[in-house]
Write a protein of this length. Structure first.
Length: 379
């Protein structure tokens, strides 16, 4: 059996990004994906254009819509519109297109892809990882990247990721026309969903619709009820949506994302934003950073995987720590949050800057603290 450099479990956005960067540096890498082809995934597809920084090829060919305005509402009224300015607009993509585009880039760079490979066992024997599929196929590698999404059992097995995993309840669907959703405008509705929000993101000729709840979400989502109230305002009937519910693992505290020869990326690493469910940017960021650390590690820098955990903490986790605090306060008192947060003169611009990747929650929190300390109302 050939000893691979790296085996990647999961061919979603995070796994494909890791694979591309490793294969691009001539590492012998293989993605193991349990599905046959890229399935329709639960996702709004909203993504900061800042992700372009992590790729040498253009992502624009797979972008369906470039968002220039974000509209917020409370029970379909009290609307606030924020214009997205600056160099980092917000893109809407179809996830199935993004994932297969990234996979193609990885394969063209020399990565192997094994489909219908449902990983059921991962074991380490004298520094060699053995990864086994349900059908008995087995591969061996020097390192393993866990990229199998929100339901991944492996972080617990290897004592990685947050001690307590936290999940958002979500619904995601698509409508095959544009309705009355304004061109280049993403809509966020806060009043109709307890402890969360509903959204409508435009694609070329379709719309991605979604619902997410972030606190106390043990009961099932009242999807029908929310769609009945939300969709007519956009010119749609609830019966037009084809979609499904899913549990999304979200950020829940700083944690160790690597062991010796093993790393977590994307949703398996619990990186998704606990306030706005932004998971694509950290999925791509973690794929890029994981590959960078693995390249040094494979070249003999034996402690280099720890750099991955440190970098993700600095570049993402510190902002998510504030995102979690904001989420807990906002979704507990959403009406007050909407009035004082979203309706504040500069707030829509700040939220838009978070979505476009220009500012982090940490930047915003520091501005607010400074304003409170110096009573300067200009932030
Ligand atoms: C309803 C909803 C809406 C969202 N909207 C947005 C949004 O608008 N913007 C945004 O930035 N993020 C959004 N997200 C989050 C975003 O979709 C995720 O963070 C992102 O998909 C994470 O990518 P991933 O590659 O880590 O995981 P996934 O995309 O889940 O990929 C995991 C892959 O692993 C494979 N796999 C699983 N188990 C095994 C196994 N045992 N063996 C082999 N392969 C396996 C799966 O088949 C899959 O291909 C949303 C999420 C949900 C649920």
């Amino acid at each position: 059996m050939t000893l691979l450099d790296v085996v990647i479990i999961g061919g979603g956005a995070s796994g494909a990004t890791t694979a591309f960067h490793l294969a691009n540096k001539n590492k012998n890498v293989c993605i193991l994906e349990k599905n046959y082809s890229s399935p329709l995934r639960s996702c709004g597809g909203g993504m900061s254009a800042a992700v372009q920084n992590w790729f040498p090829f253009k992502l624009m060919p797979i972008v369906d819509e470039v968002i220039t305005n974000v509209e917020f509402s409370w029970c379909n009224t009290d609307k606030v519109i924020a214009e997205l300015s600056g160099s980092s607009p917000f893109w809407i993509v179809k996830r199935e297109k993004l994932d297969s585009f990234l996979l193609d880039q990885a394969i063209n760079s020399g990565c192997k892809l094994l489909t219908t490979f449902n990983v059921v066992n991962i074991q380490k024997h004298s520094n060699i990882w053995q990864v086994t599929a349900l059908d008995g196929r087995q591969l061996e590698s020097k390192a393993v990247v866990i990229a199998d999404g929100s339901q991944s059992p492996w972080p617990k097995t290897f004592n990685l990721g947050p001690k307590k995993q936290k999940f958002a309840s979500t619904f995601s669907g698509r409508i095959k026309r544009k309705g009355s959703l304004k061109n280049k405008t993403a809509r966020f509705e806060f009043g109709l969903v307890s402890n969360g929000f509903a959204w409508a993101f435009p694609l070329k000729n379709e719309v991605n619709i979604g619902i997410g709840t972030f606190l106390d979400n043990k009961n099932s989502l009242p999807v029908e009820e929310i769609l009945q109230s939300f969709l007519p305002d956009l010119g749609f009937e609830p019966s037009e949506v084809i979609g499904k519910e899913a549990m999304l693992r979200v950020w829940n505290g700083h944690s160790n994302l690597n062991g010796d020869g093993i790393l977590l990326v994307g949703d398996a690493a619990s990186l998704c934003d606990p306030f706005l469910a932004e998971g694509l940017r950290p999925a791509l960021m973690s794929g890029f950073e994981a590959a960078k650390s693995l390249i040094y590690w494979l070249d003999g820098n034996v402690n280099y995987l720890d750099e991955y955990t440190k970098t993700m903490r600095n570049n993402w986790g510190n902002s998510m720590a504030w995102g979690k605090r904001i989420s807990q306060v906002f979704y507990r008192f959403p009406k007050v949050g909407y009035q004082l947060g979203v309706k504040r003169r500069t707030a829509p611009k700040r939220i838009a800057q978070i979505l476009s990747g220009e500012m982090s929650y940490e930047d915003i929190a520091k501005r607010v603290i400074k304003r409170l300390l110096f009573q300067n109302s200009s932030s």
